[in-house]
Design a protein around this ligand. Structure first.
Ligand SMILES: NC(=O)c1ccc[n+]([C@@H]2O[C@H](COP(=O)([O-])OP(=O)(O)OC[C@H]3O[C@@H](n4cnc5c(N)ncnc54)[C@H](OP(=O)(O)O)[C@@H]3O)[C@@H](O)[C@H]2O)c1
Length: 321
């Protein structure tokens, strides 16, 4: 089967098409023929080598979510899964393949009226957004800032905050066109990456969901209201500066909180329950799966080039055929 490997960390040219033997399921696993493969921001972070010190090595196959039809199950797995169309989490890699392997607890059956492309677009992102807002103890009537809102996690956070009754939803983006699209999805104020650009936006926010991190993180800690909570969900701009904790301590009297959030800290059963509900909401059109582009699997490097160029709104999806 065809697969995409990261031969060397760095630019997208370090990715290559390889040929691998068809996988066989181990106990507790399923194998599926992929119909759609989500290209996540985390794939680009891994490919750039940002996480090279965290157990990621050259030669790995990127991709963490796929949708397709189960073709085989391992010992201990209900054989009735065979032939069913599912969404699957493949771990922190292993998704850019024609035949993917997943643990049975990491698959969710798909409703007939949800396409595989839309499933991998809503998939992890909407679930991360849901639990990140819950981690922030977001409540109706509160103001929210989504930093790095033009990616699939950010878009889902904007929609869920709007549905959850946020009083204000400010977003950061480098593109006025992407800003207009975020306004259509429920944002109320569009800011540039530095947090400026709309004088009518509030100075401070009850909740900040931050997908970016990087050197500017302290600027956004300063934008928290008293008792405000900043939840760091991603680090597309790299890790925070070492002194960001000092900025937090400087406003000790305002009882601000900083926390990281990883979906790994949520039980699999809870994740699957929320994901199944979100798939149903997406099929009904209550949540939007924003697909930026659909490309053949062998064009994975082109997908990553678009991610690096910063032109993506939503999700790029790869298809094996
Ligand atoms: N916590 C979890 O459980 C979990 C799960 C999955 C993934 N993640 C993390 O989430 C991140 C990917 O999320 P995603 O796919 O939604 O994001 P993404 O599409 O890669 O990026 C989101 C947006 O950030 C902005 N951006 C990019 N570089 C920036 C920079 N240097 N400074 C400021 N803004 C910048 C871009 O928008 P503009 O150009 O419009 O500004 C981009 O659209 C990764 O870090 C991944 O590790 C976390």
């Amino acid at each position: 089967m065809r697969a995409i490997a990261i031969r060397r960390f760095g630019d997208p040219d370090g990715m290559e098409v390889i040929d691998l033997p068809a996988p066989a399921p181990e106990p507790g696993q399923v194998v599926l023929d992929t119909e759609a493969i989500g290209v996540g921001g985390v794939d680009a972070v891994i490919r750039r080598g940002t996480l090279a010190g965290y157990g990621f090595t050259e030669g790995l196959i990127p991709g963490s979510e796929v949708a397709g039809v189960v073709t085989a199950v391992g010992d201990g797995v209900d054989a009735s899964w065979v032939g069913r169309r599912v969404w699957a989490f493949t771990g922190t890699g292993g998704g850019y393949v024609e035949q993917a392997v997943a643990r049975v607890e990491d698959i969710v059956a798909l409703p007939d009226d949800l396409t595989s492309i839309n499933a991998v677009t809503a998939g992890s992102s909407a679930t991360v957004a849901h639990f990140a807002l819950a981690h922030a103890r977001f409540a109706p009537g509160e103001s929210v800032l989504v930093r790095g809102a033009a990616g699939s996690i950010g878009i889902a956070t904007v929609e869920l905050a709007a549905r959850g009754g946020a009083s204000t939803i400010a977003v950061t983006t480098s593109s006025s066109e992407r800003g207009r699209r975020l306004l259509d999805l429920g944002a109320t104020h569009v800011l540039d990456r530095s947090g400026a650009g709309d004088p009518s936006a509030p100075e401070s926010f009850d909740v900040i969901i931050d997908i970016v991190a990087g050197d500017d993180l302290p600027v956004f800690i300063d934008r928290l209201a008293p008792n405000g909570r900043l939840i760091l969900v991603g680090l597309v701009a790299g890790p925070p500066p070492a002194d960001f904790g000092i900025r937090l301590m400087n406003s000790f009297q305002q009882s601000r909180s900083f926390s990281v959030f990883s979906l790994d800290s949520v039980t699999v059963a809870e994740r699957d329950r929320v994901r199944a509900a979100q798939f149903a909401a997406t099929a009904r059109g209550d949540l939007h799966a924003v697909v930026h582009d659909v490309l053949p699997l062998e064009k994975a490097a082109e997908a990553h080039r678009q991610m690096d160029d910063g032109t993506v709104f939503g999700r790029i999806v790869l298809t094996p055929n």
